[in-house]
Ligand binder design. Structure first.
Ligand code: COA
Length: 391
């Protein structure tokens, strides 16, 4: 408790704090110790994971001149439910991410202090709810938020991760045609079909037009002719179709797995070398996760009709090949645990996370969601819109 007096919290200053933040980031394992751990290389830009959100803030905790912790937060307007007339109910939602306290300074109340300061900023900026995501077995983080900060366990979406092989995947092009949509057409389709999905961002146009969105792709049965615009497409859609968008995380940050034995590393490199040398065998090969690697994130996955699964599978294969051509090692996505199209998304269990835990809290007493009541108490829907700006 003596320490608390000397811990101060202030806003991150990019002109002088980059190095000290990176130093803390490097020594912070995320996940249970004694296992493989995932490191994030922010490419010298500590706010890269929030800077694409409409409003964001990063705070540092210091003892004297030493940086001992940090937290990032962002705020945006999202869907939290739907009205009787089926229109979306929007709310101002804050998100906490990238909370780190240096291992030598843990259990001194620094994490708690950072969360409280961030929540002050959220309230000052009109946020009605705050949420955070963590692995369910990250006891420190779960306890901090649920026991000390008043958050409740809310949703448990799954992160599905698929390796990018050295060989291309088949996109069933004899049966499925893939159309790239202009951002304005993608926006129309998303607003028409997804606007009442939980966490749908009201500024979806900013996401779709963002330089990191590599495209929105629509899969339809081969032979179907795209009518030129989404409004006409929706007036007479084919029996089945699917949709997804690709976000380029690779240019923002890279990941690296540390803590693997030499045997594991050799095994992985061998599968890769064989796949590269003999691509026609189409062997599933493990990418080299032990060097920094980049990935693409798939968002806005959806579809309709009896063959929507098949359409989505073709889109995922297409996205795999795009990632391969752009030098990514992994394609990832996050969907609701109840997502009806989930089984069409290829993934490796060992790389994926079955239960990403999202915890939520109401921040104040005045709400714009009067007709919904309390979002934190509402049952989950079948789908969730995971905003790629917050990956
Ligand atoms: C999670 C983390 C930020 C906590 O920071 P911290 O400064 O040690 O946390 P605090 O001292 O403020 O702890 C506040 C409360 O959180 C809980 N908590 C923190 N660490 C804990 C641990 N190792 N085990 C169990 N509960 C823990 C306790 O309830 C604690 O209150 P108490 O000390 O009175 O029992 C820190 O452990 C960390 O950086 N971990 C690695 C990165 C990470 O997992 N980030 C979270 C991603 S969302």
């Amino acid at each position: 408790m003596m320490m608390m007096g000397v811990v101060s919290v202030r806003e991150f200053d990019p002109s002088r704090d980059r190095e000290s933040v990176e130093a803390v980031e490097r020594i912070c394992d995320v996940g249970p110790s004694g296992k493989l751990s995932l490191f994030t290389d922010l490419h010298g830009d500590p706010i890269c994971r929030v800077r694409n959100s409409p409003t964001f803030l990063m705070l540092l905790a210091e003892i004297g001149q030493e940086t001992v912790g940090m937290i990032r937060g962002c705020i945006k307007t999202v869907t939290c439910g739907k009205k009787r007339n089926k229109l979306p109910i929007y709310t101002k939602l804050a998100y906490i991410l990238g909370l780190r306290v240096s291992p030598n300074h843990r259990r001194m109340g620094i994490g708690l202090k950072l969360v409280r300061k961030m929540e002050e900023w959220f309230r000052d900026n009109g946020a009605e709810y705050a949420y955070m995501a963590t692995e369910k077995d990250n006891v420190a983080s779960v306890n901090l938020f649920t026991h000390k900060c008043g958050y409740n366990k809310f949703r448990t979406p799954c992160i599905l991760v698929n390796p990018v092989f050295a060989h291309p995947l088949k996109t069933f092009s004899n049966k499925v045609a893939i159309i790239r949509l202009a951002p304005v057409e993608a926006e129309f389709l998303y607003r028409s079909k997804f606007a009442t999905t939980e966490f749908f961002p009201r500024d979806v146009d900013a996401v779709l037009n963002h330089r990191l969105t590599l495209g929105t792709f629509l899969a339809v049965p081969r032979g179907y002719t795209w009518p030129g615009e989404s409004a006409r497409f929706l007036a007479g859609p084919p029996a089945s179709w699917a949709l997804l968008s690709v976000w380029n995380c690779k240019d923002v940050f890279t990941l690296q797995v540390k803590g693997a034995s030499r045997v594991k590393k050799t095994l992985v490199r061998t599968t890769r070398a064989v796949d590269r040398a003999l691509p026609w065998l189409r062997l599933p090969s493990v990418p080299d996760f032990f060097r920094p690697f980049g990935f693409h994130f798939l968002y806005g996955l959806g579809g309709e009709g009896p063959e929507a699964h098949k359409m989505l599978r073709a889109l995922c294969a297409f996205a795999h090949n795009l990632a391969k051509d752009r030098g990514c090692e992994v394609v990832a996505t996050e969907v609701s645990s109840r997502e009806p199209l989930r089984c069409a998304i290829p993934h490796w269990k060992m790389l994926s996370c079955e239960e990403d835990l999202w915890c939520i809290k109401r921040l104040g007493e005045d709400y714009s969601d009067g007709s919904l009541g309390d979002w934190t108490k509402s049952p989950p829907g079948f789908s969730i819109f995971v905003d790629p700006r917050e990956v």
